[in-house]
Design a protein around this ligand. Structure first.
Ligand SMILES: [Zn+2]
Length: 70
């Protein structure tokens, strides 16, 4: 049996990344790359249009409730 660890490409920097359970940051090569990818997600590089629509819908619901109470 080979003891060569499974490795892949880090999605962030394309460096070889260990894909074993011992790598807490897999599929990334390091914590830094994992955090960088998370930051990109926050900055909207991965677009999730549904989030904005949800916020608009909530505002309309709250306004409607207020007018009914008065
Ligand atoms: Zn990396």
């Amino acid at each position: 049996m080979s003891t060569t660890p499974r490795t892949g490409r880090c999605p962030q920097c394309s460096a070889p990344a260990l894909l074993e359970a011992g790598n807490r940051f897999r599929p990334f090569c390091s914590e830094r790359c994992k955090l960088l990818d998370f930051g990109a997600w926050i900055n909207g590089q991965y677009t999730i249009p549904a989030v904005e629509n949800d916020i608009d819908g909530e505002e309309i619901e709250i306004d409607d409730r207020d007018s009914r109470l008065q």
